[in-house]
Design a protein around this ligand. Structure first.
Ligand code: ADP
Length: 434
């Protein structure tokens, strides 16, 4: 590195900062760092990163035309041994930088313990080198080795200072990328756990619902009124439990990445009919009126029916849960290229300060340990995520003590091509769905 004006160095380091923080991907951050180093500072850059497992990840970059690419590739396949008595491992242990203005055979012999790495280094013939720790928050994450492969001016103390600064900045970017990678792994583990648990719970629950069906159909003989009523409760509770499990499953599946949409042609009336069939027994059990209305003309939709059903079920079951007496109404209307579902209840309503939180996963107005009303705290977050995936959204208006209105707006056709309702007679009457 030849001497550069301070302003040029400062702008170079700022550029490095920007590049390093552009991505949170761990591998990309390392490749960017090595790329920037050979682009602007050196001929050969070797990064050795100590992984949580104790293994070392090595990235090597060579400035084109300055050395043998196959030797660089061999060097990359042979990372440093952090326990060996070599110069790079010593930088990792002590975090003390090393300036090696002249690299000779003795110096090289002290850089590696494996034959493969030694022969690769010999082929590359470094003339001058700097070894600096990659540090963040007083922790040494790895070592960066910069080597000049030509006989130009050897590295000096000023170059060392610049390399140390680069190592410090790179360390912060690397630790951010590491934290992000760990957070993603933890989130995936949580999603997998929730998914496995939900599947496991669903299997015996399906058996309970199936056997309740058999009894209800009189397979083992006729039932008296008391037995029928208790069976009704078993079914209502089982369906409620199934709904909770579906919510957790839907949330977990989203955590594993967006699912491909399964688009089909349908109508808003068809979806509402399906949803009503599931929600009516719950409404009956709660003693709340559930009134579903829709225009007489079919509101055609091209969408993912499972998702729309799940969104509406989540909104309606919330309405039923948070309403002590009164009714939950569900209406649908056509609005330009969209279909708008409105779920309104006469329940407890939501305080304005809490309104902004209700779509966050696991958020519930009441303390989970003391709350009287069941739920996972996932229903609305799943509803909004599904609605957005379908190109729409869910909004809420509510006042404490006066009930809530949730509006689900969805494009009639998710791909924007099919599913528009042909213009019908104006003012077609609304009908109640049964
Ligand atoms: P869950 O209903 O399982 O607790 P949700 O994500 O569906 O989770 O809702 C989050 C919270 O928002 C609820 O716990 C409740 O405090 C509030 N909430 C949702 N819907 C309503 C509603 N219709 N009326 C009153 N409060 C509601």
């Amino acid at each position: 590195m030849s001497p550069r004006p301070a302003a040029v160095e400062a702008s170079l380091l700022r550029g490095v900062d920007r590049l390093l923080h552009e991505s949170l991907d761990y591998g990309e951050t390392l490749r960017t760092l090595a790329g920037v180093a050979v682009d602007r500072l050196t001929d050969l850059c070797v990064l050795d990163l100590l992984e949580g497992s104790g293994d070392v990840l090595r990235v090597v970059r060579l400035r084109p035309g300055t050395g043998a690419p196959d030797a660089a590739a061999r060097l990359e396949r042979n990372p440093m041994d952090p326990t060996a008595p070599t110069a790079p491992a010593n930088v990792l242990r002590t975090a003390v930088s090393v300036l090696q203005p002249r690299v000779n055979a003795d110096v090289l012999a002290n850089w590696t313990t494996t034959k493969a790495a030694a022969s690769a280094l010999k082929a590359l013939r470094p003339r001058s080198a700097i070894l600096v720790p990659l540090k963040a928050h007083a922790r040494t994450l790895g070592v960066m080795t910069l080597a000049r492969l030509t006989d130009d001016a050897p590295y000096d103390a000023h170059d060392l200072e610049l390399a140390v600064d680069l190592g410090r900045r790179a360390g912060l970017a690397i630790v951010n990328a590491q934290l992000y990678r760990e957070a993603q792994a933890a989130s995936r583990a949580k999603s997998n756990f929730l998914s496995v648990m939900s599947h496991e719970l669903r299997t015996p629950l399906s058996a309970i619902i199936g056997y309740a069906d058999l009894l209800e159909h009189g397979i083992d003989g006729p039932l008296n009124e008391g037995q029928k009523s208790k069976l009704g409760r078993i079914r209502a509770s089982s369906n409620h439990l199934l709904q909770l499990i579906e919510e957790v499953l839907a949330f977990a599946d989203r955590g594993r990445g967006p699912e491909a949409l399964r688009l089909t042609d349908t109508t808003a009336q068809q979806i509402l009919g399906d949803v009503q069939a599931v929600a009516s027994p719950m409404a009956e059990a709660e003693g709340i009126d559930l009134v579903v209305t829709a225009p007489a003309d079919a509101l055609r939709m091209h969408t993912d029916v499972r998702m729309v059903r799940q969104i509406l079920l989540n909104l309606i079951t919330n309405g039923l849960k948070f309403t002590d007496e009164g009714r939950v109404t569900v209406a649908v209307e056509d609005a330009d290229e969209s279909v708008v579902f409105v779920v309104r209840d006469t329940g407890i309503g939501i305080d304005p300060a809490r309104l902004q939180h209700i779509f966050e996963p696991f958020w519930q107005a009441e303390d989970p340990m003391t709350r009287r009303i069941g739920g996972t705290g996932l229903g609305l977050s799943v509803a909004r995520a599904f609605a957005r995936q379908l190109g729409g959204d869910v909004h809420v208006e509510s006042r404490a003590g006066e009930g809530s209105t949730f509006t689900l707006q969805l494009p009639a056709s998710v791909d924007g091509v099919n599913g528009r309702r042909p213009p019908g007679p104006p003012g077609a009457a609304s009908v109640e769905l049964h």
